[in-house]
Ligand binder design. Structure first.
Ligand code: MG
Length: 202
């Protein structure tokens, strides 16, 4: 009998895709105080606009036109290569609406993201459509993660792991410079660190 392949699930934005150059470009274009990360831009915009509209506008640009300044995350290709050589199935589960809101021009977010993946150095690892899932809400994303029965999942947002119903039997990694406050989620500073952790576990 053939062994069931193990599955590794990735979040997309700010996990597999690094937006730091796009964020700097956005700050320059909009005359904002320079931010180097998506997190710092989000905090800055949420502080100055509690309605969240400015942050939505920024996302509307970053996840469409801004993708031309994006690159694959630090260590992403190396991790994918390692996982593929270790016979893992690789998948992406992303929280993304089909389009940006009206006030951001109704751009097709999912199509644009898939196109970016297909033209990036990650393309080899995510060729099939059944490897990329987009879900309109965080709850639906977590439902998808449950259904796909991952062995491992990595995300940059702790809220994903805190969502009710997140399967805690999945070995989970939070991409974060400050570690993880959840006992069952391991904090990692970059995707690079995950390879070593899996090698030790397997
Ligand atoms: Mg993310």
């Amino acid at each position: 009998m053939r062994a069931v392949p193990k599955r590794f699930g990735f979040d997309l934005d700010n996990t597999l895709i690094d937006y730091s150059v796009a964020v700097q470009k956005y700050c320059l274009n909009e005359g904002l105080h320079e931010c180097k990360t998506l997190d710092s831009l989000r905090s800055l915009l949420r502080r100055s606009d509690t309605t969240g509209r400015l942050w939505q506008l920024a996302q509307g640009w970053l996840y469409t036109d801004g993708l031309s300044y994006a690159r694959s995350g630090h260590g992403a290709v190396e991790l994918c290569e390692f996982l593929r050589n270790s016979n893992f199935e690789l998948m992406i589960v992303s929280h993304k609406t089909t389009h940006t809101p009206d006030f951001c021009g109704q751009k097709p977010l999912r199509e644009i993201a898939t196109k970016w993946i297909n033209n990036s150095d990650l393309a080899d690892y995510f060729l099939g459509n059944e490897q990329i899932y987009y879900e309109a809400t965080r709850a639906l994303k977590v439902e998808r993660i449950q259904k796909l029965k991952f062995n491992y999942f990595v995300d940059d947002l702790v809220e994903v792991f805190q969502e009710p119903g997140f399967p805690q039997d999945v070995s989970s990694f939070l991409l974060s410079g400050t570690g993880s406050e959840l006992t069952w989620v391991q904090g990692v500073p970059s995707l690079n660190a995950i390879k070593g952790l899996i090698e030790n576990e397997e």
